[in-house]
Design a protein around this ligand. Structure first.
Ligand code: GAL
Length: 714
C-alpha cells in the first residue's frame, strides 16, 4: 500500500481499495530522478522481486554524471497507468516517425515498431514473439529515450499496434476497396504494456541519441563486463564424452596446425553424470582434474566447463541442497533456489572445492532458458517464495550473478556462456548462445544484443560447404566470443582444408586486433558503450534528437534514410570499425556507410560517404571498413594470450585524413584490481598527420613496447 501514494494522479480518476483489497489506480505516474538522466516511477504495489533486484545492480554514478543532466525526455502527461483486476496497464507515446529498438535478443527484427511480444525467457523457437533467451523489457526510441519495465513477469507489449478511441491524433477510416492507401496497420500513437500484478517499477532513460540511452542503461546496471584477456582469444569446445587425453591431444593439434587457442570447453562427459548433473568429475575420463588443468595451462589453454544447474541424485550435493530447491525437477534433477543464501552457499562451496580450486576458468551454463516441456511449470514454487513464472524470468540472471561472485571472491575474472539472461546483466561475465544456427539471424541477434546489455556469440558448429564454414568463422571472429562449438560434430578450424588458411588468417587478425578489442570492452565497462553495436547507434543517427526525420533534409543528413531502413546485416565493432559479413552464397554485398568518409580496413583506400556501396569482397576476407580519423592499435598475431607479455610491439594503423584519437587501455588482464584503479590509459593521437601518445592514467600494467605508426590512407 505504501507505494500507492507514490503515484500522483493528475487526472485523479480512481485510487483506492475495495473490500477485496483489489487496487485501482488510473492516471499519470510521477517520476523521481534517480541519477542524471534516469527517472523511476513506482506504481501500485510491485512484486518485491524484480529483474534489477535479482541482478543486484550497482549503478556507476560518476560515469552517469559525466553524461550530463538532460530533462525528462517525454511529455509526462502522455504516460498513463491503470492498475485493475490484478494487472498493471501502461501507455507510452509514440510519434509518427519514431522507431523503436530493443526488447531483448530477437533474431528476425531490429525495428520493433508494429510488433507484439509476450516477453518470456525461452529457447528461441524461430519466430520473434517474445520467447527468447534474453527477453529484456527495455526499449529504446530513435527520439532519444528508453523505457525499462522492471518486472520479473511475462510482460505483454504492443509496440504501436493499438488504436484508441481517445487518440489525440485520430485518423480517418479508409475504404479498403477504393483507397489504395488503406492499411491493415494504421498509425498507432502508443506503446501499451500489460504487466501481471498490481503494480510495477518503470525506469526511463534519456539520451542525446540511441547509443547514449543504452550507455545510461548499461551504466545504471553497473557498466559492461571487462573480460579477462584470455576470454577474447579463440575458443574450441570438444565433443561430448571426450577424455582428458583426447582434450590434451586436441590442444596439441591446435599448436601443430598453428591455430589460435585460449580456451578449451568441455561438454557433457566431464561430470560423473549429466542431465541432471553431479558437478563432480568422472573419475574414468578425468582421473586427475588438477593435473589435467595444469597440463593445459602449461600449453596456454584455459578450461571452461559445460553444465546445467539441475542437481542429480548421484551428486554428493543432493541431500544438502534438497531443502533449498523448487517443487519440480528438471530431468529428475532438483532445481536450486539461488535466491536463498543457503542454496548459493552450498552450491558455492561445492563448486569452489571441486572446480574453482583445481583451476577451472569458467562455465557454460546451459538450459536455464527452458523449453516448457522440460523446465518447471509456472505453478512451481521455490523455498524463497518465488513462483515458477518469476523464477523462469530470472534463473539465468541468478546463475550468472552467483557464479560471477565465486570468481570475484578469488579476484579472478571469468568469462563464459549462458543460455538465459534478462535486464540488469550488463556487468555479468557471460555471452549468450543457442542451438538455432541460422547465420543471418545470428548477426541480427548480435545487432540486437547491443540494445539489451547482453553479449551474443554466433558460434560455429558445422557447415555444409567450405564457403559456409569460412563465412561463419569470419563472423565469429568479429563477435564477443570467437568459438567453435564442436560438441556434436567434432569440427575443427581445419575441418575444411580448402579454406583453412583463410580461417587461420581471420583468427590471427582477431588476435592482432586485441589491443583495439580489449580497449573496446574497457569502454563497455567504464562508459557503458556496447562493444558490438547496431548501426542505429552510429553517427548520422545521432543528431536526430527530438526532430522527426521528415524535418531533416536528406541532403544534409543522407544517413537519415537509415532510420527508416532496417539494417540487419552489418554492425560496428568498437568505436570505428564497421563489420559487413557475407553469407555462404555470396561474395558481393551492399554496405550502408554512414555519413563521413569510410575506408577499407585492409587497404586504407576510400570507399564511400553516406551512401550504399556495392562491394565485391571475394571469399578470403570479411569486409571491414573504418571511419575517417580512425586509429586502430594492433599487435603481432600471437596464438595465445599467454604470449601477451611486456613489450608487445604496437602497430598503430591510421585511416583517412581527419585528426583522431583513441584511448588505449591496459591492465593485468586477469584480476579485478582495475576496479581499484590499477590500469593504464594512453591516448593515441593524430594531429595534422603526426602521431603522438599522451599518458592519461598510468597506474597499472602497460604491456606495449615499440610503437610504429602506419598511415594506411596514402
Ligand atoms: C545444448 C547446448 C549445446 C551443447 C549441448 C550438449 O543444450 O546448446 O551447445 O552444449 O547442449 O548436450
Amino acid at each position: 500500500m505504501r507505494h500507492l501514494f507514490l503515484v500522483l494522479i493528475s487526472a485523479l480518476v480512481i485510487v483506492g481499495c475495495n473490500d477485496d483489497k483489489a487496487i485501482f489506480i488510473a492516471g499519470n505516474p510521477t517520476w523521481q530522478n534517480e541519477y542524471a538522466g534516469i527517472w523511476k516511477s513506482v506504481i501500485g504495489t510491485p512484486a518485491s522481486i524484480n529483474l534489477l533486484s535479482v541482478a543486484g545492480i550497482q549503478p556507476k554514478v560518476e560515469a552517469l554524471e559525466k553524461l550530463g543532466k538532460p530533462e525528462f525526455p517525454l511529455n509526462q502527461t502522455d504516460i498513463k497507468v491503470e492498475v485493475r483486476g490484478g494487472k498493471t496497464y501502461l501507455q507510452f507515446p509514440l510519434e509518427k516517425e519514431e522507431q523503436i529498438y530493443g526488447l531483448g535478443l530477437n533474431f528476425k527484427n531490429v525495428h520493433q515498431r508494429g510488433k507484439i511480444y509476450r516477453l518470456h525467457v525461452d529457447h528461441y523457437g524461430g519466430r520473434d514473439n517474445g520467447r527468447t533467451h534474453a527477453p529484456v523489457p527495455f526499449y529504446i526510441s530513435s527520439l532519444g529515450y528508453g523505457v525499462l519495465i522492471n518486472a520479473a513477469k511475462y510482460i505483454d507489449i504492443y509496440v504501436g499496434t493499438g488504436l484508441r478511441k481517445d487518440s489525440k491524433t485520430p485518423e480517418n477510416p479508409q475504404d479498403r476497396n477504393t483507397d489504395k492507401d488503406w492499411t491493415a496497420a494504421p498509425y498507432s500513437e502508443i506503446v501499451e504494456v500489460v504487466v501481471p500484478g498490481e503494480g510495477v517499477e518503470v525506469i526511463v532513460f534519456a539520451g542525446k541519441n540511441i547509443q547514449q540511452v543504452v550507455q545510461r542503461y548499461n551504466l545504471y546496471c553497473g557498466g559492461g563486463y571487462l573480460p579477462p584477456k584470455w576470454g577474447l582469444g579463440f575458443w574450441q569446445r570438444t565433443p561430448t564424452l571426450f577424455t582428458d587425453a583426447e582434450v590434451e591431444n586436441e590442444v596439441d593439434e591446435f599448436e601443430k596446425h598453428n591455430f589460435p587457442l585460449d580456451v578449451i570447453g568441455l561438454e557433457p562427459g566431464w561430470h560423473s553424470s549429466s542431465y541432471p548433473c553431479t558437478f563432480e568429475w568422472d573419475t574414468g575420463r578425468y582421473p586427475n582434474p588438477g593435473r589435467f588443468i595444469n597440463e593445459l595451462k602449461n600449453k596456454g589453454a584455459r578450461v571452461n566447463l559445460w553444465l546445467n544447474p539441475y542437481v542429480s541424485p548421484e551428486s554428493s550435493l543432493y541431500e544438502k541442497i534438497e531443502p533449498y530447491t523448487g517443487t519440480h525437477t528438471v530431468w529428475n534433477g532438483i532445481v536450486p533456489d539461488f535466491i536463498t543464501k543457503e542454496a548459493s552457499e552450498i552450491m558455492g562451496a561445492h563448486f569452489n572445492k571441486e572446480l574453482l580450486a583445481v583451476g577451472v576458468s569458467g562455465f557454460k551454463v546451459d538450459e536455464v532458458d527452458g523449453f516448457d516441456q522440460w523446465v518447471w511449470p509456472d505453478n512451481a514454487t521455490f523455498p524463497s517464495g518465488l513462483d515458477g513464472e518469476t523464477m523462469r524470468q530470472v534463473y539465468g540472471l541468478l546463475v550468472q550473478k552467483w557464479s560471477n561472485e565465486l570468481y570475484k571472491a578469488r579476484n579472478e575474472r571469468t568469462y563464459g556462456l549462458v543460455r538465459a539472461s534478462n535486464a540488469g546483466a550488463s556487468s555479468f561475465p557471460y555471452v549468450i548462445y543457442n542451438d538455432y544456427y541460422r547465420h543471418e539471424d545470428f548477426i541480427i541477434a548480435l545487432i540486437n544484443s547491443s540494445f539489451s546489455g547482453v553479449l551474443w556469440t554466433p558460434e560455429v558448429r558445422k557447415s555444409g560447404t567450405p564457403e559456409e564454414w569460412l563465412r561463419r568463422m569470419q563472423t565469429v571472429c568479429f563477435s564477443p566470443m570467437a568459438m567453435i562449438n564442436a560438441w556434436a560434430d567434432g569440427t575443427k578450424p581445419w575441418s575444411f582444408p580448402e579454406v583453412y588458411e583463410q580461417c587461420q588468417d581471420v583468427a590471427f587478425l582477431r588476435m592482432s586486433l586485441l589491443p583495439y578489442i580489449y580497449s573496446t570492452f574497457a569502454k563497455y565497462h567504464f562508459e557503458g558503450i556496447p562493444p558490438f553495436r547496431a548501426m542505429a547507434m552510429e553517427e548520422g543517427f545521432k543528431d536526430i534528437g527530438k526532430a522527426s526525420s521528415s524535418e531533416i533534409s536528406s541532403d544534409e543528413n543522407p544517413y537519415a534514410i537509415a532510420v527508416k531502413k532496417e539494417i540487419k546485416d552489418q554492425y560496428m565493432m568498437g568505436e570505428s570499425m564497421l563489420v559487413a559479413p557475407l553469407f555462404k552464397w555470396n561474395t558481393k554485398r551492399d554496405v550502408l556507410l554512414p555519413q563521413g568518409n569510410w575506408y577499407d580496413f585492409y587497404t586504407g583506400k576510400f570507399v564511400g560517404n553516406g551512401e550504399i556501396v556495392q562491394i565485391d569482397a571475394g571469399l578470403d576476407k570479411i569486409p571491414l571498413f573504418v571511419k575517417d580519423g580512425a586509429i586502430i592499435p594492433m599487435m603481432p598475431a600471437i596464438r595465445q594470450t599467454s604470449e601477451w607479455k611486456e613489450d608487445m610491439p604496437l602497430e598503430i594503423r591510421v585511416f583517412g585524413e581527419k585528426d583522431g584519437d583513441f584511448e588505449l587501455y591496459d591492465d593485468d588482464g586477469l584480476t579485478f584490481d582495475y576496479q581499484k584503479g590499477e590500469f593504464t590509459i594512453k591516448k593515441l593521437k593524430v594531429l595534422n598527420g603526426e602521431g603522438s601518445i599522451e599518458n592519461m592514467k598510468v597506474d597499472g600494467s602497460w604491456t606495449y613496447g615499440d610503437v610504429s605508426w602506419n598511415f594506411m590512407t596514402k
